[in-house]
Structures are given as structure tokens and as C-alpha cells.
Design a binder for this molecule. Structure first.
Ligand code: AMP
Ligand code: GLY
Length: 426
């Protein structure tokens, strides 16, 4: 069978790595892919923001299955267009992907279906912000309604700051169209957990839970990034809590979307805050997380291809998937300057030595390959991922591998999984 993966990040390298282990796959393609993905899939230089170009690619290579990595092609309707032409594709339709593409849609949907989330107000003007403010206590979270590549959430310490951030968003100055509507939210406290399920439109099966590290600096300091590392352990979410989340979050979302005529198939990523009042949904993503997918797939023992096909065919089993009891951890190595402007084209050394370490896989995110050598080409460059009998061992292996890899300006967080080790979770 021929499988096409769309995307070019660490998540897509992990998907290619895992799908590459499936005995039923004869040929893997990735559009556009990256330097590392090219080592186990055929990379095709196609712009994934151009749905017509993706259809032309499908007509050319005739994939038996297409797997969408990032949100953008989903929001542009790639699943609708592939389905219309009879190409099998894994992921939600454009209408279902609104759970990620519009924060106001997601909040109003959660209110309609009584899914636990922070108090909120949807505002289209500064007048509406002024009307809503008396119902909130500082700190207050201001979110742009549309996709903002991780820059659409600002936690404001005072109401004055809410007004200044909202007016910049609403005027289009800060984020263009994405900020034309804003959502105000109460600020929640607690541990964040990424809880992902695979849905077939009616049934869901959970993936192993993970925890991301969004800030650039140790101790959760500095600006937000796409994610600087993640880990997954069986202790992160006990069975009772997992059942609760299936019953009160994942299943109501899938049933609610179906009832509203936008059947949800694919990965449903629930970003949760575990508060003193119980778990609350911070956001939904309509795709695998990056970097969560790297440690999650390292622990997955079932064939991922079976899971993706079951989602499309509508036969996700209640028994779910098989998971290793091992822990896993991913440390992201980023380019100097990231998440701000960064330089690319730096030669990466030590990858072979790192890969020789036991239970280590180095997933490529922003890399390109020239004359047998790898060079940096993005902000997040590598996701150095390892497994071990417990989180400490997984982290020791991941950091031992990180120590072997060099490129100019490289930086990474030294404290991935540390809060879990210090007793919070794990
Ligand atoms: P989002 O894109 O909605 O997930 O927000 C990005 C990040 O902002 C989350 O991962 C949280 O760290 C933080 N965040 C979002 N909403 C809230 C909230 N209501 N309270 C506290 N932190 C939040
Ligand atoms: N790691 C967060 C995300 O994938 O959105």
C-alpha cells in the first residue's frame, strides 16, 4: 500500500517512522517533508497550502491513504476535496476542523454541549470588551479567534492590559484577520495535559497522554513556542481520569459534532488544564500535536496504520490501542533566536553518534540534506526522543543524545519532564 503524509515537521517524521514499521505499507511519500524524513520516505516538493496542487499530486502518485499532519490543509478543506474525488484521507473536514480554526466556535460548542471549560465572552468590538470586563477578575486571557501560529493568546495581568491587547487585535494590527474577533477567558491554574483521541465520527479511542513544554526557557520562562519538548508516561493520566475525560470531553465532542452535522473523524487533541475544579478544556486541535506525537508514538505498540484506517472506515474499537509501560521523552533542539527570527543553514553534526544510543530516535523537524550532510532550515530543528523503563531513564537517554549533537546557535530546555520527576506527575 502507498501512503502520503502531508507536512514537514517533527510530528511528520514521527508519523513516517511509525508508519514505516507497518508491514502493509510498501511505499511512503511525504509532501514536502524534510532532510530526515527523506531517509525513510520519498519527499515531494509540493506546497501543502495549495489544495489544487495536492489533488494533482494524488492523481500522480495515487496514494491508498493520505495522512494530514498540520492544521492548515485541514482548514483549507483538503479532506473534503480528497473525499469528493474518492482519495482516502485521514483527518476532519473543514467544517469539523472549526474546533481548532475558530476559538469562538469551540467555546460556543462547548457551552452548547456542557463540556467543562473556562468562563468566556466572545467580543467583536471594544464596546463589547468594556461590557464583558465587569464579569471577569484579573488575570484575564485574551485570545484571537482565528489561527495565529501560537501567538494568539495573551495572559493580561490587568483590565487595562486587556483593553490595549484587545484593541490591537481587533484593529488587525497584531494578527490581521485572525484577531478581528477575540475571546476573553478566565485564567485557569493547574497542570496542562495533552489528551488525544482518534475518532471515527462516532466512537473514540484514546492515545497515551503527554505533557508539552510551551515556553522557550527553563522553568517555563520566556515567550511561547510551538513546543520545546514533551513526555509521555502511563502515570500522567490514571485510568479513572482517562475514563472521565472520555465520558465528559471526548465522546460529547464527537457526539455533538455529529448532531450538528459536522461529523468529526481524525485526531481530536484536547488541551486540558487540570484545575482544582476538575479538568477544563483550554483548546481543541484537529490534528496530532507537535512535539507530543514524538513521545506518544514511541510508546504505541499497535499498528498506527490500523488505527488511521479504522477512523476512516468507522470501526474504531472500544478496546483502544496497545501501549508500552515504558516512559518516553522528546527534547527539542532549536535554532539560535527561535521563537523570534533565527538563522538557517547551520551544519548539524553528531547525529550518527546520537542515533547509536539505545532506545533513542532523533526526529527531524527543521532540517534539509545536502551532499550527505544535514543543515538547519527551521526554528525547531530536531526532536531528540528516547524511551526507558521510567521517565528518569528516558530523559537521561534523550539528554545523552542531545549532548552528542551540535549546530551553531543550538538551544534546548534542560528541564523537560522535571516537574513530573519532582513529584507532580509521571
Ligand atoms: P491555546 O492556544 O488556547 O491552547 O493557548 C495556548 C496556551 O495559553 C495554553 O497552552 C495555556 O498555556 C495558555 N492558556 C490558554 N488559555 C488559558 C486559560 N484560560 N488559562 C490559563 N492559561 C491559558
Ligand atoms: N504542542 C502543541 C500543539 O501541537 O499545538
Amino acid at each position: 500500500m502507498k501512503v502520503l503524509i502531508l507536512g514537514n515537521g517533527g510530528r511528520e517524521d514521527a508519523l513516517a517512522w511509525k508508519l514505516g514499521q507497518s508491514p502493509r505499507i510498501a511505499q511512503l511519500y511525504c509532501a514536502p517533508g524534510n532532510g530526515g524524513i527523506g531517509d525513510h520516505a520519498q519527499c515531494l516538493p509540493v506546497d501543502i497550502k495549495n489544495v489544487d496542487a495536492l489533488i494533482a499530486l494524488a492523481n500522480q502518485i495515487k496514494p491508498d491513504l493520505t495522512v494530514v499532519g498540520p492544521e492548515l490543509p485541514l482548514m483549507l478543506g483538503v479532506v473534503d476535496e480528497f473525499n469528493r474525488r474518492g482519495w482516502r484521507i485521514f483527518g476532519p473536514t473543514q467544517a469539523a476542523a472549526q474546533l481548532e480554526s475558530s476559538k469562538s466556535f469551540a467555546k460556543e460548542f462547548m457551552a452548547r454541549h456542557r463540556i467543562p471549560t473556562a468562563h468566556y465572552a466572545v467580543c467583536d468590538s471594544l464596546d463589547q470588551i468594556h461590557d464583558a470586563l465587569p464579569h471577569f477578575h484579573a488575570p484575564i486571557v485574551v485570545k484571537a479567534d482565528g489561527l495565529a501560529a501560537g501567538k494568539g493568546v495573551v495572559i493580561c495581568a490587568t483590565k487595562e492590559e486587556v483593553i490595549s491587547v484587545s484593541s490591537e487585535m481587533l484593529s488587525g494590527k497584531l494578527l490581521g484577520e485572525a484577531g478581528a474577533r477575540v475571546v476573553l477567558e478566565e485564567c485557569l491554574q493547574g497542570e496542562e495535559i495533552s489528551f488525544l483521541v482518534i475518532s471515527d465520527g462516532e466512537h473514540v479511542a484514546p492515545l497515551a497522554a503527554a505533557q508539552d513544554h510551551k515556553r522557550v526557557g527553563d522553568g517555563d520562562t520566556g515567550p511561547n513556542t510551538g513546543g520545546m519538548g514533551a513526555y509521555s508516561t502511563s502515570a500522567l493520566l490514571d485510568e479513572q481520569m482517562q475514563s472521565w475525560l472520555l465520558q465528559h470531553v471526548a465522546r460529547p465532542v464527537v457526539a455533538g459534532m455529529k448532531a450538528e452535522g459536522a461529523e468529526y473523524k481524525g485526531v481530536l487533541y484536547c488541551g486540558l488544564m487540570m484545575t482544582a475544579r476538575g479538568p477544563m478544556v483550554l483548546e481543541f486541535n484537529c490534528r496530532f500535536g507537535d512535539p507530543e506525537t514524538q513521545p506518544i508514538l514511541m510508546r504505541m505498540e499497535s499498528d498506527l496504520l490500523d488505527a488511521l484506517e479504522a477512523s476512516i472506515a468507522g470501526n474504531i474499537s472500544g478496546e483502544g490501542f496497545e501501549w508500552s509501560t515504558d516512559a518516553s521523552a522528546c527534547v527539542v533542539m532549536a535554532s539560535g533566536g527561535y521563537p523570534g527570527t533565527y538563522e538557517a543553514g547551520k551544519k548539524i553534526t553528531g547525529l550518527e553518534d546520537a542515533a547509536k544510543l539505545e532506545d533513542v530516535t532523533v526526529f527531524h523537524a527543521g532540517t534539509s540534506k545536502r551532499d550527505g550532510s544535514y543543515y538547519t532550515s527551521g526554528g525547531r530543528v530536531l526532536g531528540v526522543t528516547a524511551r526507558g523503563a521510567d521517565l528518569q531513564r528516558a530523559l537521561d537517554r534523550a539528554y545523552a543524545a542531545v549532548e552528542k549533537i551540535r549546530f551553531e546557535g543550538a538551544h534546548y530546555r534542560k528541564d523537560i519532564g522535571q516537574r513530573a520527576l519532582n513529584g507532580k506527575k509521571g
